[in-house]
Design a protein around this ligand. Structure first.
Ligand code: SF4
Length: 394
């Protein structure tokens, strides 16, 4: 447990993030903790790098909406101080807290406080002896560092442990966790360290974390982005939702990539719709499709969607067109219908459909096919296939 959040076993995979404020600045840090919690972080880590920070934690912890983990490097006394401040978890870096007696002292105090510890190995701060032995922070070295630290904790009967072996290189990160998962039964915290700014940082994080989660490895995750931490909290939560590991709490917007058939600026409509729907905090999947020719069919799995065509927006629910609105009202009509859908349910909204909407959409689709032609050249291809099959010249 990290406070009230279960980690490991059959518990939902949790998303973590970390504050970037000075911990001693209690109000600024608390404001960020609230923002991170609101963006989807289940657990927030805060650095405890000096006495002022530890004192800040004493004020932050009781006012935080999510459990707080103190991040500890070098000074084991700051871990003891953070426990006194009431944190729900500690993160210890084995690369820079190395004395056995110190580690055991912290483990005993954490045990007394009912607090869990993450052994957080990081390729960039690997124990210098292991670095010398292996020559580089290779997966075996990272895992060895974690197992060494765990042996100290287990020596004093401490097993409320989770482990991370973060690397900035995605294939090495994946390999490190696979190796670790083969050797221990403790919950694992996943992350690609120093992933950098988006979009590269997001891609690296998703590549490493999603690969492992889909293999059944990983119990809690963090995106380490060089960005506003709200972005990483949001991304972590979204990844878990997209992988089906957590229930959807917010918007899942799907949109066609647009093409020569598009009857509207799909990028702009998608951006406007995202802004409006995110603000409304509706837990639904919404599709924005550039044309009525293929839109409703391709997005029939979405809860609700809209497809453009001949100056109009065609609103559909589960692929069935329920209303046709002027193009300028596409986003507002979508928002209105989405709200009603969440309040009243799919069946009620399908029953309330405009009876002429489906016919209107069909007319527009036929009209567009006549104007734009059939991009798939279906008739032409059918004829060519038939000619080949019958042995006649095309
Ligand atoms: S929905 Fe229409 S505009 Fe969008 S990609 Fe498909 S064919 Fe192109």
């Amino acid at each position: 447990m990290v406070g009230p959040v279960p980690v490991g076993g059959r518990s939902p995979v949790s998303a973590q993030s970390m504050t970037t404020t000075k911990t001693a600045d209690v109000n600024a840090t608390l404001a960020q903790v609230y923002a991170l919690g609101g963006a989807g972080a289940d657990i927030v880590r805060i650095t405890c790098n000096d006495v002022d920070a530890a004192q800040g934690l004493a004020e932050i912890v009781p006012r935080s909406p999510v459990p707080i983990i103190a991040d500890i490097h070098f000074h084991h006394r700051l871990a003891l101080a953070a426990l006194e401040a009431g944190v729900a978890g500690l993160r210890l870096n084995p690369g820079n807290i190395r004395k056995e007696a110190h580690i055991k002292e912290v483990a005993r105090a954490a045990s007394d406080a009912g607090v869990s510890i993450r052994v957080g190995v990081n390729a960039g701060s690997l124990d210098k002896d292991l670095l010398a032995e292996f020559g580089a922070p290779v997966p075996e070295a990272l895992v060895r560092s974690a197992l060494h630290e765990i042996s100290y904790l287990e020596d004093v009967g401490f097993t409320d442990i989770k482990i991370s072996v973060k690397h900035s290189n995605v294939p090495l990160m994946v390999e490190s966790y696979r190796l670790l998962a083969d050797r221990v039964d403790y919950p694992l915290h996943l992350g690609v360290t120093e992933a950098g700014p988006p979009p590269g940082g997001l891609i690296k994080s998703v590549a490493g974390i999603a690969t492992l989660l889909l293999e059944g490895i990983g119990d809690t995750i963090r995106f380490s982005l060089t960005a506003d931490p709200v972005e990483e909290a949001k991304a972590g939560r979204q990844l878990l939702e997209y992988l089906g590991l957590r229930e959807r709490t917010g918007l899942d917007l799907i949109a066609c990539p647009s093409c020569g058939r598009a009857e509207v600026d799909v990028i702009k409509v998608a951006a406007d719709a995202t802004a409006a729907l995110e603000e409304a905090k509706l837990p639904i999947q919404v599709a924005i499709m550039g044309c009525i020719v293929n839109g409703p069919g391709e997005a029939r799995e979405a809860d609700i969607g809209i497809a453009a065509g001949r100056g109009k927006g065609h609103l559909f629910i589960k692929g069935q067109v329920v209303r046709v609105v002027p193009e300028a009202e596409m986003v507002s009509a979508l928002l209105d219908e989405a709200r009603r859908l969440v309040d009243e349910g799919v069946e009620a909204r399908l029953a309330a459909a405009d009876v002429s909407a489906a016919d209107l959409a069909d007319e527009t689709r036929i009209e567009l096919l006549e104007v734009q032609g059939d991009a798939n050249r279906s008739e032409e291809r059918r004829a060519a296939v038939a000619d080949i099959a019958t042995g006649e010249e095309a």
